[in-house]
Ligand binder design. Structure first.
Ligand SMILES: [Zn+2]
Length: 444
């Protein structure tokens, strides 16, 4: 099935299908897009009439994974010599297609795309150019596919299985992999319910979902890898982790996006040195284009495939038998639309007084644990002497990662202060307590 899904950029995010196309193979042409393009064009020109009012509609962006993006833009795939959708550099064959330049490359623009200035990049023309949109800037790099399922998974593959033809020095031993798995399982009780999943062992790595890879990349990796993964490889991972952490948070993006970009440049350049030139496949290279998208859209979660991927799972669950799946889905969607309007309950967002959903970090950096609440105050256990968890590549307090002493004081904290706080993951360690701010848009 080739659905075209849409979401309106308002909270809460609601995804709905625009067209659903079914076939026994991938589409041979782009006719499945035509209805959607005609409708979008009308909406952009005339707006949407609702309740007697005309509402102007703007298109924010088109989110696809890399193969689908190349298909709908009628360009070469990322595995081709001119396959990067954002820059014109020629790929370099290192047993696979790689992109070796880390800076100084020429960026594609809407104009250069429409004029097909680099003919080797294009496979033909696309109905999408009928729309008044930026054919480059409005097709952001999707961090769900490219950073989580792409780069993070690739790092895991190198650490656990090694790379063909490369030395085994960048691999962890079986014993080290087991230590990481055991540490991950130990964290299960600390993960608040705003996360869709709890950490799993690396034995299940093949089945890890994008949200689990993100959890490792942004949060748990920095707790389970130190002392196990080779130090220089760990430091490189940490640069990647900090960069993505910054790009997930709207307030950090507005202040530190260029630092995140420098970290990603370092990650790619140093990655080539440590893992060899074959490391620089398209997904790794595309991290060099990620910070500019986060700046354009405010943060990575505002231009990612996560909400659409969640909706795809819902669509799959609507099919109950193998007969006429499309009819089943359309009927089910109609039933939902005609049914009572369900208020979306954001369970994960309620601060509770029970672990692990009671951990918050106040605006002044105080790490707290809510133990009781009244109508307008929260009784909190406040951990003393918060200090940064690490100092390189930056003081970790920048991304809200702290370690505290075990001793606490009890304090009543006014409700409005708590409502401005950030949700956090709290990890009890032997000598200390670690607090990590939840930065991404919550899974639930
Ligand atoms: Zn590029």
């Amino acid at each position: 099935m080739w659905p075209v899904l849409c979401s309106i950029h308002l909270e809460p995010v609601i995804v709905f299908p625009v067209t659903l196309t079914l076939g026994s193979q991938r589409p041979l042409d782009l006719t499945f897009l035509e209805d959607a393009v005609t409708e979008i064009k009308q909406l952009l020109e005339s707006g949407l009439t609702f309740d007697g009012r005309i509402i102007r509609v703007k298109m924010r962006c088109i989110v696809c994974d890399a193969p689908a993006k190349a298909m709908v833009k009628r360009t070469k795939q990322f595995s081709a010599y001119y396959g990067c959708d954002r820059c014109e550099q020629k790929g370099c064959w290192e047993n696979r297609m790689t992109y070796q330049e880390v800076d100084g490359f020429k960026l594609r623009t809407d104009h250069s795309f429409r004029a097909q200035n680099q003919p080797e990049h294009h496979n033909g023309s696309t109905p999408l150019t009928d729309l008044p949109i930026d054919m480059i800037g409005q097709f952001p790099i999707d961090y769900m596919h490219q950073a989580c399922l792409g780069v993070m998974k690739k790092l895991f593959t190198i650490w656990t299985r090694g790379e063909k033809g490369r030395s085994r020095q960048t691999m962890m031993s079986i014993g080290q992999v087991d230590i990481v798995s055991a540490r991950l399982l130990d964290l299960q009780g600390c993960i608040p319910s705003c996360f869709a999943r709890k950490p799993r062992s690396l034995q299940d790595l093949e089945r890890w979902k994008a949200t689990e890879l993100r959890q490792f990349l942004v949060y748990t990796g920095k707790l389970v890898l130190p002392g196990v993964l080779r130090q220089d490889l760990y430091e490189l991972f940490l640069s990647f982790s900090v960069a993505i952490s910054i790009l997930l948070s709207p307030s950090l993006v507005s202040q530190h996006a260029s630092f995140a970009h420098k970290l990603l440049q370092y990650f790619v350049a140093k990655g080539r040195e440590l893992y060899g030139p074959s490391f620089l496949v398209y997904n790794v290279h595309s991290m060099l284009h990620l910070a500019s998208d986060a700046m354009t859209y405010g943060c990575l979660d505002d231009c990612s495939a996560f909400p659409f991927e969640n909706y795809m799972h819902k669509l799959k669950r609507m099919v109950r038998s193998g007969k006429s799946p499309l009819v089943q889905i359309v009927k089910r969607i109609k039933e939902i639309q005609d049914g009572p309007t369900s208020q979306s309950i954001q369970r994960g967002n309620v601060i509770s007084s029970k672990q692990p959903d009671n951990c918050i970090i106040l605006e002044d950096g105080k790490c707290c644990e809510v133990i009781d609440k009244t109508e307008d105050e929260y009784l909190c256990r406040v951990f003393l002497q918060p200090s940064p968890l690490f100092m390189e590549p930056c003081e970790s307090s920048l991304i809200g990662a702290y370690m505290c002493q075990k001793n606490t004081v009890l304090q009543m904290i006014p409700k409005e202060k708590v409502s401005q706080s950030k949700r956090a993951i709290k990890i009890d360690q032997k000598q200390r307590v670690v607090y990590l701010t939840v930065l991404h848009n919550h899974d639930k």
